[in-house]
Every structure is written in structure tokens, then in C-alpha cells.
Design a binder for this molecule. Structure first.
Ligand SMILES: [Cu+2]
Length: 341
């Protein structure tokens, strides 16, 4: 290897940084396309987190500018000049030292105070809050509505304008509940209960994501929060409380028999049938969900069939094994599950 010395003029290297940084910023922006943004709050709780972020930014900005200005000034003003003599060597200046210790201390105390204020606000749940329980599994979300006495998965419905308290825990490893537009990240810890609170201000669908590395499918552990109008929400609850619908087509009926007589029932629950498994998502109303695989694929008959045929190919590493079913069996199972509206 030749020596690392280049022939570029000294200024060329810092200048090369400019296009590099521009490219990086562009890549970061492209990556954000269509992603939920914590700086686009849709609840008072997310709003207060976003305000905190901006507050910290505007506290940090003058500090940064001051420090960089002093640095540049010192570097330029006291640089080595040709023929200059060595300046007098001095050490210590009590006044300056006290100042530069106390000033950051004061700034950090202010930061601590605004952070505590925000934390207290975002975790405050008034007694009239609606309660939802979310339990993290590798790699999906179990969702329970204690007041309605039903269970679903990966899609949380809430009425718009209502404060919701989400009690959070995990069945296996630490996960983290995060809906950037509605609530901050809250750890889901096995054997321990935390909670998140939010009040959705607008009807809409908000994307959530596991925010604590929990294994191979961590990145595919997504979910959706639907903020519904009160009537839509009431209709949804009403439907969820019903036992599973009876299939009406021949294929779906055969699928129901196949389901009831195979390994599926060891892991999945379908209320109103012998299926009582709790390893995987509750499938009582799986046909009415918009996605499968923890917000991985749109819920279509083709995707459900693809999933049942080989879940490991669709979401490698997830807890549902490839059961090596014949394709006609797969199609009947899919027809059955899609009929469970
Ligand atoms: Cu996770």
C-alpha cells in the first residue's frame, strides 16, 4: 500500500464533506416518505412531546452556536503565526471555570424540569379514560378490551376524542409500544405493567411500531391504531363481541372443519369453536382486519393463503411453523378465515 498521503489541496477534503452530507440528508428524507412523524402530533400527548423536542432544540441551538463561535474565534485568533514567539504559558482562571461549570448546570436543570413536566403530562390518565390492554409477543400484539370482554390483535380501535389508557406488558422479551403521532415510546416488560395514554384528535389510521429490538422480526412488528367516529367504534365493538360467524360457502365450511381438526387450534382462538390456543393472534374476526402478520401484508384471500402455506417464507423467524399443507387445503382454510368478519 502506498502511503495515505493525497495530493489534494488542504481545503479539498472539508469541501468534499458538503456533497456527502447533502446525500445523507437526502437519503434520510427519502426514508421518511410515508412514515409517521413524531413532529406531526395528532394527540395532546404527542403534541407535548413534540413541543419538548422543539424546546430542547431551541435551547441547544444557541449553546451550539456560542461554543462553535468561541472555538472558531480561538482557533483563528490564537493560531501559530510565522516567526511568532511562544506566548506566555498560563494556567487556571477560577472565574471562567466557575462560569463554564455553572452555566451548563443551569441549562441542564431547565432541560430536566421541562422533561419532567412533559413526562407527568403524557402519563396522566383521568379516571374516565377508556382502558385497553396490549401484550407484546414475538412478533405481534395481543389487544384486549377488558370492558368489552374480547380480544383481537395488531389493530387497535379507539373512539376519536376519548382519552385511552393502554396498559402494556410482554409475554416474552422487552418490546416497546410506539405510535409516533399519538404517543411516545413505552417499554413493554415481562412481569411488569407500564402504560401509555393518548387522545386522538382526528379520525384516522395511525401506524405503530415495536421500538425495542426484540429479535429477527423486530422490524416487522408493526400495528395500526384506528381512531374511529363514536358510531363506527360502537359498531366495531358490537361486532367484536360476537362469537365467530358461521361460514356460508362450501369452501369456507370445509375450511372450518380442516381448521378444527388441525394444529391451528393449538395456537389460535376462534370464539364459539373448540379453538382455544393462545400462542398466536385471536382469529375470531380476522376477516375484518385490514392487515395480517402484524401490519406486514394487506388482508386479502391471496395473502392469507400465502401466509398459511408458508409463514416462514413470508415472515422468516416468526412463531408460526410451516405446516406443509396441500394447496387446496390452504385455500379452504383461507376461505374460512376470510369469512370471519
Ligand atoms: Cu418487539
Amino acid at each position: 500500500m502506498p502511503s495515505g498521503k493525497t495530493v489534494w489541496p488542504r481545503l479539498a477534503r472539508p469541501i468534499m464533506l458538503v456533497p456527502a452530507l447533502a446525500l445523507l440528508a437526502l437519503a434520510a428524507l427519502a426514508g421518511c416518505q410515508g412514515s409517521p412523524l413524531a413532529l406531526n402530533p395528532q394527540s395532546p400527548q404527542a403534541g407535548s412531546i413534540s413541543t419538548l423536542a422543539w424546546t430542547l432544540f431551541f435551547i441547544a441551538l444557541p449553546v451550539f452556536l456560542l461554543v462553535e463561535a468561541l472555538l472558531l474565534f480561538t482557533v483563528l485568533r490564537f493560531r501559530n503565526r510565522r516567526g511568532a514567539e511562544e506566548p506566555p504559558q498560563i494556567e487556571g482562571n477560577r472565574r471562567v471555570e466557575i462560569l463554564w461549570t455553572a452555566a451548563p448546570g443551569v441549562v441542564l436543570l431547565i432541560v430536566l424540569w421541562v422533561t419532567f413536566q412533559t413526562m407527568a403530562f403524557v402519563l396522566e390518565s383521568p379516571p374516565e379514560s377508556m382502558q385497553v390492554q396490549v401484550i407484546g409477543h414475538r412478533y405481534w400484539w395481543e389487544v384486549k378490551y377488558p370492558s368489552g370482554n374480547f380480544t383481537t390483535a395488531n389493530e387497535i380501535h379507539v373512539p376519536v376524542g376519548q382519552t385511552v389508557r393502554v396498559d402494556l406488558t410482554s409475554i416474552d422479551v422487552i418490546h416497546s409500544f410506539w405510535v409516533p403521532e399519538l404517543s411516545g415510546k413505552v417499554d413493554m416488560i415481562p412481569g411488569h405493567q407500564n402504560h401509555a395514554v393518548f387522545r386522538a384528535l382526528n379520525v384516522g389510521t395511525y401506524r405503530g411500531q415495536c421500538a425495542e429490538y426484540c429479535g429477527v422480526d423486530h422490524a416487522y412488528m408493526g400495528f395500526l391504531v384506528f381512531a374511529d367516529s363514536p358510531t363506527t367504534f360502537a359498531a366495531w365493538v358490537q361486532n367484536e363481541q360476537q362469537p365467530a360467524a358461521q361460514p356460508t360457502t362450501a369452501a369456507a365450511r370445509q375450511g372450518q372443519e380442516l381448521f378444527a381438526s388441525s394444529a391451528c387450534i393449538g395456537c389460535h382462538t376462534v370464539v364459539g369453536t373448540p379453538a382455544r390456543g393462545v400462542i398466536g393472534p385471536d382469529l375470531t374476526h380476522v376477516g375484518s382486519r385490514t392487515t395480517i402478520g402484524a401490519n406486514l401484508l394487506p388482508n386479502t384471500p391471496a395473502n392469507v393463503a400465502r401466509w398459511i402455506a408458508d409463514p416462514q417464507q413470508v415472515k422468516p423467524g416468526n412463531a408460526m411453523p410451516n405446516l406443509h399443507l396441500r394447496s387446496d387445503v390452504v385455500d379452504k382454510l383461507a376461505a374460512y378465515l376470510e369469512s370471519l368478519k
